[in-house]
Design a protein around this ligand. Structure first.
Ligand code: PEP
Ligand code: MG
Length: 576
């Protein structure tokens, strides 16, 4: 039966495909103490789950059509072999007995031990088998929870383009891994508009929706799903008529995108001759190809923390150098602004700290300054890479003048150490700071005096100004770039930087929101950095705008405080 679910569209476009339900590596189960006399029963329950999963896998193997690729049967055989290994099918029994705990907990403990061993393995092929262990463990968990042992159809190899990933939640680290895949779309129950998960989703340029609340529970494996990322709507099991209509819209969307591609070589200049820089935000060096393909005139934000995620160790100086060098060289003299790692908060740190308010805790520059050696390693890598292109260094989340001073001292130390080794680097490397904490926006003068440029991070600036957790879907509706306080901070930072002749860019999600392009232009913004998928949409608006005409309306907006009036003024600004 067809049904519709509404969420928050975080990346536009339409995808039509089959649902694939995702689970996390971390399997959450409670530990329950089992009284001694019930321990044998618990072990029996575990054995029954193993038998049930074996039967499911055998049934699955028998149902593989003869035309299916041979890998499919090999894959099921591998899962049967993993299930048969005593490390998975016998060890949990011993844990049940010694720890007197429930079977789920025993299985989780054993699976965690096995998975940790996989992380240590050097051989790529063997390390990849980690996900097979997770699949088998998940099947066992399902069997233990008494759910009917559904047998999902095996994924056809190479058919990712037709898959809609359905997850309860995804971390930014999960999503960045999708860059190695070609999924049609992904949708999640949790998440907010500017959560880092949504930010990375946009960079994938595939339709995606967050905050659907019950998608993971209500959608079944392999069900046909339409994802309308622009409207934030998911249609499950659509009828023929609806399907045909969305196929038409998808086709139309593709045609529009193709048309926009014609603008990629055009300079972004307004009708009255104001030139604007349109740069790209990237997470990985490989993103540069798409950035260039969409006409980016530089990289305005390289979020280097993604080099640190999804791995047990830290990237060393040479590995980082190679990543930065590649981006600088590929951009061929165009500016590349590399941000020092912004770990912490929702982007995991290698050491897992548990804090009550991670967004207000030890993240970004605060974390960098507590680990000077790790920070200097990154700074050295960036400086070394500056020899191969035009690199700027960007410091995230500054709040105090002391943080800027300390960062500059460490940059100086990194320079001196390279000088001592006669390693070449660009002595003109510029150092800038992110303005994303309200205190920094209000007292921007103190950073202007110390730094070469500024970049406004509106995702965090809005989070901190309006006190809304950007990862929490229950407050996502309060995210409002048009809040008078936000507008006043933005206009103030741009005006002050302009007066001081210090370049200022904006690299939060607002930069890619075409409804706000003209407003920012009128505030005096001349450098936008955004996710690649929106570069050409924004360029189109710039090409059709007259900067001088927009200014009086923008001034009116800064004086207005009524939300309805603000919306009406914005509409007028955009209809000019
Ligand atoms: C921002 O906060 O606007 C920003 C660009 O940084 P990030 O989204 O990586 O926190
Ligand atoms: Mg930020």
């Amino acid at each position: 039966m067809s049904f519709t679910i509404h969420g928050i569209g975080v990346s536009g476009g339409i995808a039509i495909g089959h649902a694939h339900l995702m689970k996390h590596d971390g399997i959450e189960v409670p530990r329950v103490v089992v009284p001694p006399h019930e321990v044998p029963e618990e072990s029996t329950r575990f054995d029954a789950a193993v038998r049930q999963v074996r039967a499911e896998l055998e049934e699955l193997r028998a149902s593989v059509p003869s035309t299916a690729p041979a890998e499919l049967t090999a894959f099921i055989n591998l899962h049967l072999m993993i299930l048969g290994d005593s490390m998975l099918s016998a060890a949990p029994r011993r844990i049940i007995e010694t720890e007197q705990c429930n079977a789920e907990w025993a299985l989780k403990v054993q699976a965690d031990t096995l998975l940790a061993q996989f992380d240590e393995i050097e051989d790529d092929y063997l390390r990849e088998r980690r996900s097979d262990v997770i699949h088998v463990t998940e099947r066992l968990m399902k069997a233990l929870s008494g759910q009917p042992g559904y047998v999902p159809p095996p994924l056809k190899l190479g058919a990712e383009e037709n898959l809609i990933l359905v997850a309860h939640d995804l971390s930014p680290a999960d999503v960045v891994q999708f860059k190695h895949h070609r999924f049609a779309s992904f949708i999640t129950d949790l998440g907010g508009t500017t959560s880092h998960t949504a930010v990375v989703a946009r960079s994938l340029a595939i339709p995606s929706i967050v905050a659907l609340h019950r998608a993971r529970q209500t959608i079944r494996e392999n069900e046909l799903v339409i994802v309308d990322g622009s409207q934030g709507v998911v249609i499950v099991d659509p009828d023929q008529q609806v399907l045909a209509e969305y196929q038409r819209r998808q086709h139309q969307f593709d045609i529009e995108r193709q048309k926009l591609k014609r603008l990629r070589g055009r300079r972004a200049v307004t009708l009255d001759g104001v030139a604007v820089e349109l740069q790209a935000n990237i997470e990985l060096p490989a993103d540069v190809v798409e950035a260039l393909d969409n006409g980016a005139t530089g990289i305005g934000l390289f979020r280097t923390e993604f080099l640190f995620l999804n791995r047990p160790d830290l990237p060393d100086e040479d590995e980082q150098f190679e990543a930065y060098r590649k981006v600088a060289a590929d951009m061929d003299g165009m500016p590349v602004t590399i941000r020092t790692y912004d770990l912490g908060a929702d982007k995991g740190d290698s050491e897992e700290r548990v804090t009550t308010n991670p967004a207000l805790g030890l993240r970004a520059i605060r974390l960098c300054l507590t680990e000077p050696q790790r920070f200097i390693t990154q700074l050295r890598a960036m400086l070394r890479a500056s020899h191969y292109g035009k690199i700027n260094i960007l410091i995230p989340m500054l709040a105090t003048a002391a943080e800027a001073d300390q960062a500059l001292v460490l940059i100086q130390r990194a320079r001196q150490s390279l000088d001592g080794e006669s390693v070449p680097y660009d002595r003109g490397v510029k150092v800038g700071g992110m303005i994303e904490v309200p205190a920094a926006a209000l007292a921007v003068g103190m950073f202007i005096r110390k730094l070469d440029f500024l970049s406004i991070g509106t995702n965090d600036l809005i989070q901190y100004t309006l006190a809304i957790d950007r990862t929490d879907d229950t407050v996502a509706h309060l995210y409002d770039p048009l809040h008078p306080a936000v507008l006043s901070l933005l206009a103030g930072v741009i005006r002050t930087a302009d007066k001081a002749k210090v370049p200022v860019a904006l690299c939060g999600e607002m930069a890619g929101d075409t409804a706000l392009t003209r407003l920012l232009l009128a505030f005096g913004l001349r450098a936008y950095s955004m996710h690649i998928a929106h570069l050409l949409d924004v360029k189109q608006i710039i090409l059709q705008s007259n900067c001088a005409q927009l200014k009086p309306l923008a001034r009116k907006m800064l004086r207005a405080s009524d939300p309805e009036k603000l919306k009406a003024l914005l509409a007028k600004l955009n209809s000019h």
